[in-house]
Write a new protein. Sequence first.
Length: 114
Amino acid sequence: QIRLVESGGGLVQPGGSLRLTCAASGRAISIYTMDWHRQAPGKEREVVASITAGGSTNYADFVKGRFTISRDNTKNTMYLQMNMLKPEDTAVYYCKLYSSRAYWGQGTEVTVSS
């Protein structure tokens, strides 16, 4: 059983930065593609960024140039560095791993507001 736990969310002013962490347990994540998703109030969940086992990354257009996804397989952890945050980035952020089925964390809330 894979367990994912997100952390690092909080309240930040526009233009600020946060670093989200997704800690995995139960299985080594090194062979899996992993994603960050987010869900804003009243909206559907959307993919933010993904990283393959080999380290290739892909970003949604609305975060390109501002967010960076990375992973440290030695720590079984994935990260999302978020810079130049905007109010529209306010959402609950989730990490996801797919292995036979999708595994999700419980989410960490990010609020961008002055």
